[in-house]
Design a protein around this ligand. Sequence first.
Ligand SMILES: [Zn+2]
Length: 189
Amino acid sequence: MNEFTLLPGESVIKRCDEVSLKGMNLPVGKKDILILTNQYLVCIQRSILGKVKNVERYPLSDIVMTNGAPQVKLGKLNMNSTVDIYLKTGQLRIQMVWDSDAKEWVDAITEVITGVKVERKGFMDDPFLTEGFLKMADNVDKAMGKFRKAFGIKSTAQASGKCPGCGAPISGTEGETVQCPYCGTYYTF
Ligand SMILES: [Zn+2]
């Protein structure tokens, strides 16, 4: 049995020979194959000896879309990461040997369907780094405000903050100094 033949106009985008389609044979034995083309998700089941047992093609157009996002998600099964694909005909669950593979596959499938590159923020996934990053961005904003002020450039960007004196919410424009209406403390955005 020929394991896989491309259809006219079809091209392979991603392939992994280390998946489990039935959730049973990881990590021993010959593994199943998953292929992403520009049109289909192809699942090739193999026997323990590596012989192709079954080839199943799922059109990418069968993947359920919610608010413009294809329903392809990361999951967990028997300690392995899974790529969970919600099709109009049911759920497809593919076990991966490597967690990083699962993430890559979710992104790859999403990208083919939406045509938009998935930006995995990497460091933004880390809440501690995110906090640091936001603080840095905030400081850059503040510095820009001071810069504008120093050069007499008026900013029209709305800004809001908390009064350092009494904690009341105050708002104004970037770089502007306002007096808190409650306690009289001056605050520069
Ligand atoms: Zn105040």
